[in-house]
Design a protein around this ligand. Structure first.
Ligand SMILES: *Cc1c(COP(=O)(O)O)cnc(C)c1O
Ligand SMILES: [Zn+2]
Length: 374
């Protein structure tokens, strides 16, 4: 089967072309292609450490040049104890990535696709890390990038983006205003929309996060998976991999998924708690967790549906808890950007409110490096 985009809302299918980024009905696209179940026994002998070791289950071919030109060895991040004396809590060190956040997993697949399609000009909008990753892979592939960020984005992230030669556009107002500016540039200027939110190739990269955990834990998954959610790029990739591993017969039950939002900006957690099918506008306040501060996630209904379908739950964390969690992690030698500390804050909350969790293995990601934020 040829790779195609599919709209989960109306069922319409589209060929994968450079100008297609959502359905005519407005739905966010997913994708279908011939996927081969992974053979983990064979993989155990494979010296490839990057996420490309999983290419059989990705919409790319081994012989292709596009991903070989793009890769910087992303993926293959360590699974570490935070506290050596607490072996049940494991942190996935995503800050080991080439641009220091897990967004490299999805940026490399989206930009390899851009290369395959012959794209010369791409645009992206981001609160920072996705834009940085797109800019880096764009530079590597000779694809000119325009990156739209909220004016409030940290100077360090902006410096990282411009270092790669991308044109930066600081957009005043909300995160949604930034997205609107990027979409405008895509519609008017004809750039490829290298969107970590709309392009489903992004999830084909982030899903490898779960494959790696499965291998690193010796062919199983933890009891609990803590995953941050703003637009859900890691969460949607994770859900994709969980259903694949189940379909292929590698796991017979799913870990409990705990989705994390900052209390100050928690539209998904609120919609989930109220049993809503889609995200309605809720009042939000500023949060230090800039990377997950998404008031109107485009894939909101998809996320709610998936988290419900797999019996997951939401946790929200307060600003003070986020700041304290960052300090706590640093005491164990792990320095993450503020957004990422929300995951550890959620772990502490989860453990405090679920006595049974003392016996559970829990994996949480350290999504971005500490030097990225103030
Ligand atoms: C992107 C990102 C997240 C998760 O955000 P989504 O919008 O759900 O993809 C979490 N932490 C950091 C540091 C990030 O860069
Ligand atoms: Zn549609």
């Amino acid at each position: 089967m040829e790779i195609c985009y599919v709209c989960p809302q109306c069922g319409k299918r589209y060929p994968v072309t450079a100008d297609r980024w959502k359905c005519d009905c407005g739905g966010c696209l997913t994708m279908e292609y011939d996927k081969h179940p992974l053979d983990f026994e064979k993989l155990a002998r494979d010296p490839e450490r990057s996420l490309w070791r999983y290419i059989d289950a990705m919409p790319f071919h081994r012989q292709e040049d596009c991903w070989r030109r793009a890769t910087m060895g992303e993926g293959g991040t360590p699974l570490l104890r935070v506290d050596y004396d607490d072996p049940r809590v494991l942190i996935k060190g995503e800050y080991y990535a080439p641009t220091l956040s897990f967004k490299d997993r999805g940026a490399v697949t989206v930009m390899a696709l851009a290369r395959r399609l012959g794209v010369t000009h791409a645009a992206a909008d981001s609160s920072g890390n996705a834009g940085t990753a797109i800019a880096a892979y764009g530079a590597r592939l000779g694809i000119a990038c325009d990156v739209f960020v909220p004016a409030s984005t940290s100077d360090k992230k902006i410096a990282q983006i411009t270092a790669h030669g991308a044109r930066i556009h600081k957009i005043p107002g909300s995160r949604e205003d930034t997205a609107a500016a990027a979409i405008d540039a895509v519609e008017q200027g004809g750039a490829f929309y290298a969107s970590h939110i709309f392009n489903p190739f992004f999830h084909e990269g982030t899903k490898t996060y779960i494959y790696e955990i499965y291998e690193q834990m010796g062919g199983k998954l933890p009891d609990v998976l803590i995953v941050p959610v703003g637009n859900g790029t890691l969460l949607l990739g994770a859900c994709l991999a969980l259903s694949e591993l189940r379909d292929w017969g590698y796991i017979d039950h799913l870990p409990h998924l705990v989705a994390v939002q900052a209390r100050n900006c928690s539209p998904l957690a609120q919609a989930f708690a109220e049993g809503q099918l889609s995200v309605s506008p809720v009042p939000t306040q500023e949060t230090a967790a800039e990377g997950i501060a998404i008031a109107a996630p485009a894939r909101g209904s998809q996320i709610l549906e998936l988290v419900r379908a797999i019996g997951g739950s939401f946790i929200t964390v307060e600003e003070g808890e986020i700041v304290a969690a960052r300090q706590e992690m640093a005491k164990f030698g792990i320095y993450v950007e503020v957004t990422s500390a929300a995951n550890y804050a959620a772990l502490l909350r989860y453990r405090a409110s679920h006595p049974e969790s003392a016996e559970q293995t829990i994996v949480l990601p350290a999504c971005g490096a500490g030097i990225k934020s103030k």
